[in-house]
Design a protein around this ligand. Structure first.
Ligand SMILES: *[C@@H]1O[C@H](CO)[C@@H](O)[C@H](O)[C@H]1NC(C)=O
Ligand SMILES: *[C@@H]1O[C@H](CO)[C@@H](O)[C@H](O)[C@H]1NC(C)=O
Ligand SMILES: *[C@@H]1O[C@H](CO)[C@@H](O)[C@H](O)[C@H]1NC(C)=O
Ligand SMILES: *[C@@H]1O[C@H](CO)[C@@H](O)[C@H](O)[C@H]1NC(C)=O
Length: 307
C-alpha cells in the first residue's frame, strides 16, 4: 500500500466529490479549490500562532478573535527571548499572516474551517522536529524561543513547507480569483522564508548556543528530516550544500533552495501532513497538530487509517 490519492469525480450537479483510491504516495492530491484553500489555512493558523506568540506572548485571537472560527487556543504559546529588531520582524510576519487568513476565509465558498488544536510548545518542537533531525535528544532540550537563531531554524522550515504547498496547488486551482490569491500568498510566504534563509546563511558558521552545532549543520539536519518524513525525494535543503545541490552545480551556497533548474519545488498536502505531524504518515497526527489538521483533505487521510 503506497498511500492515498484523492480521486476527483464531478457529479451531475457539479458538486466535487472526493473518494479515496490507493495510489502513489507522491501523486498530487485532488480536491476542490475550497478544499485546497482550507487545507492551506491549517498551515497559516500554525504560522500565525508561532509568529504572534513568539513575538508578543499572545495568540492571534488577541488581534483578531474571529479568525479561529471557534477553534481551541494553541497549546504552548510563549514569548521568545528576542532582540527588538528580530521581535518586530516576527510580529510583522504575524500580522501579515492574519491578513492572509482573513483574505483566504473571504475567498472560500461556504464554511471556514475552525483552527485546529496547535501544539507550539518547546517540548513538542524539540521532540517532534529537532531530536528527530539529529536522531537523538539534544541536551539541554532544544528551545525555539530561547533566541532568534533557534527560532529562525523552525520558522525557516515551516515557511518553506508552506511555500511549496502553495506552489504545488497552482496547477490544481480552477478559479482565476483563487489562483490569483494563491499567487499573492505564495509571493509573500516565499519572501518570509527568504528572510529566514538569508539570516541562517549569514550566520551559517555560528554555533547555536549552547550546542556545538553550526547553523549550517542545523539547516542540513532539519532539511534531511523533512525529506525523510515527506518521503518524496530531496526538496528541502540546507543553506550550505554539496555542489550537486547548488545552482548549476557550481556553488555550495544555497540561500534559496531549488531544483536542478533553480525552480521552486512543490509539495502535496500529504507530504505536508507527513512533515507537520512529525510522524511521516499523513494518517497519524502529532507534532504541531496533536488532533490533526482540519478540512476535507486532512480529514479524509485521518479517516483512512481505519479503512
Ligand atoms: C504538546 O507536546 C508535548 C510534547 O510532546 C506534550 O507533552 C503535550 O502534551 C502536547 N500538548 C497537547 C495539547 O497535545
Ligand atoms: C564560513 O567559514 C568558511 C571557512 O572559514 C568561510 O569560507 C565562509 O565564507 C564562511 N561563511 C560565512 C557565511 O560567513
Ligand atoms: C547537476 O548534477 C546533477 C546530478 O548530480 C545533474 O542531474 C544535473 O543535470 C546537473 N546540472 C547541471 C546544470 O549541470
Ligand atoms: C500510516 O498509518 C496508518 C495508521 O496507523 C497505517 O495503517 C499505515 O500503514 C501507515 N502508512 C505508512 C506508509 O506507514
Amino acid at each position: 500500500m503506497l498511500g492515498l490519492l484523492l480521486l476527483l469525480s464531478v457529479s451531475l450537479s457539479g458538486e466535487v466529490v472526493l473518494s479515496n483510491v490507493v495510489h502513489d504516495r507522491c501523486r498530487a492530491t485532488i480536491g476542490s479549490d475550497n478544499d485546497m484553500l482550507q487545507f492551506h489555512m491549517n498551515i497559516d493558523y500554525l504560522l500565525c500562532e508561532f509568529f504572534m506568540c513568539s513575538a508578543t506572548g499572545k495568540s492571534c485571537d488577541q488581534f483578531d478573535p474571529s479568525l479561529a472560527a471557534r477553534g481551541p487556543p494553541p497549546f504552548g504559546c510563549r514569548r521568545g527571548n528576542f532582540d527588538p529588531l528580530y521581535r518586530q520582524a516576527i510580529e510583522d510576519f504575524g500580522f501579515i499572516i492574519i491578513g492572509h487568513l482573513r483574505a483566504t476565509a473571504r475567498a472560500l465558498r461556504g464554511r471556514v474551517i475552525p483552527r485546529p488544536l496547535l501544539n507550539i510548545s518547546r517540548e513538542a518542537i524539540a521532540r517532534s522536529f529537532v531530536n528527530g533531525a539529529f536522531r537523538c535528544p539534544l541536551t539541554p532540550p532544544f528551545d525555539p524561543y530561547a533566541a532568534p537563531d533557534q527560532h529562525a531554524i523552525v520558522a525557516q522550515f515551516i515557511t518553506y513547507t508552506a511555500s511549496l504547498l502553495l506552489n504545488g496547488a497552482i496547477p490544481r486551482i480552477r478559479d482565476r480569483d483563487h489562483l490569483s490569491l494563491v499567487g499573492k500568498l505564495l509571493g509573500m510566504r516565499a519572501g518570509q522564508n527568504a528572510v529566514f534563509r538569508g539570516r541562517l546563511y549569514r550566520r551559517s558558521n555560528a554555533t547555536v548556543v549552547p550546542y556545538e552545532i553550526t547553523l549550517a549543520e542545523f539547516t542540513k539536519k532539519t532539511a534531511e528530516l523533512v525529506n525523510r518524513q515527506a518521503k518524496c525525494g530531496v526538496k528541502d535543503e540546507g543553506v550550505i550544500v554539496p555542489r550537486s545541490l547548488g545552482a548549476e552545480n557550481r556553488t555550495e551556497i544555497n540561500i534559496l533552495a531549488a531544483d536542478v533548474n533553480s525552480l521552486m519545488y512543490t509539495r502535496t498536502p500529504q507530504e505536508v501532513l507527513r512533515i507537520v505531524y512529525g510522524s511521516g504518515n499523513e494518517s497519524v497526527p502529532g507534532g504541531f497538530f496533536p488532533k490533526g489538521a482540519n478540512g476535507r483533505i486532512a480529514e479524509r487521510f485521518r479517516r483512512s487509517r481505519n479503512d
